[in-house]
Write a protein that binds this ligand. Structure first.
Ligand code: C5P
Length: 243
């Protein structure tokens, strides 16, 4: 029997998680991206599905930037505020079946913390963030692109409640930040992402029909990948037997 070629051997040992699927969920702050992602995970009801928030990849601020951020005079919404290089690196490593350390970000401190969260071999990653559909390197890796649409008044009200309760902010500051930065950047960077989206979801997690369609599509995608993977393994087995 001839020995297996290096390519065949590599293919033989390619685990299914090397074919990780990735769904991007973009939309305004307060539009309900996280809630929609949670509903998708619940409805999928599969192991190895994770939600990765782009918020984890906010850049740490230096002293001066931090001072301005505490005065709500710093842009924390444009793409430059996110460490897309690190995000792309982490996603590429995950796609190769490698373990990655995801940063932990503190909103009250505007800083990345020392600790990280270790993630290993998910089969499906739901990548959610205001700017999930902006970076061309990320777009290339996505199997499905979703934009969550919501009325901006509703987004602001949700943000007010959340930022006071969970992010250590005061009402005046939240309103100032919204009108000076969040809303203008929404119009410049967030809303245009709709153009490249596969699915636009109005009403977020309340839109049961959209969730059912998304889940069916993801299931179909996973089934196709699994059929392809098994066919490749079978063909390799056949080739080895024939040689
Ligand atoms: O969870 P959500 O999508 O709302 O998080 C993104 C928002 O967090 C951005 O609109 C940005 O203005 C805000 N942000 C903040 N302080 C930080 C980092 C981001 O208020 N230190």
């Amino acid at each position: 029997m001839a020995s297996t070629s290096p390519a065949a051997a590599a293919a033989c040992y390619t685990p299914p998680w090397a074919d990780m699927s990735m769904i991007g969920v973009a939309g305004s702050s307060g539009s309900g991206k996280t809630s929609l992602a949670v509903e998708i995970v619940k409805a999928l009801d599969l192991p190895w599905v994770i939600i990765l928030s782009i918020d984890s990849f906010y850049k740490s601020l230096n002293e001066e930037q931090n001072r301005l951020a505490h005065l709500n005079e710093y842009d924390l919404d444009s793409p430059a505020s996110i460490d897309f290089d690190l995000l792309v690196e982490c996603l590429s490593q995950l796609k190769q079946g490698k373990r990655v350390n995801i940063p932990v970000y503190s909103f009250p401190l505007h800083q990345r913390l020392e600790e990280t969260v270790s993630v290993y071999s998910p089969h499906v990653v739901i990548l959610e963030g205001n700017l999930a559909l902006v970076d061309p390197r990320v777009l290339k890796m996505l199997d499905m692109k979703i934009f969550v649409e919501a009325d901006l008044d509703l987004c602001l009200s949700r943000r007010l409640v959340r930022d006071v309760r969970e992010r250590g902010r005061d009402i005046e500051g939240i309103i100032k930040q919204w009108f000076d930065w969040v809303k203008p950047v929404y119009l410049k960077w967030v809303e245009p992402q709709k153009e490249g989206a596969d699915i636009i979801v109005p009403r977020g997690m309340q839109n049961k029909m959209a969730i059912a369609m998304i889940v069916n599509q993801v299931r179909r995608m996973l089934k196709d990948k699994s059929i392809r993977h098994n066919a490749e393994l079978e063909k390799l087995g056949q080739d080895v037997e024939d040689s």
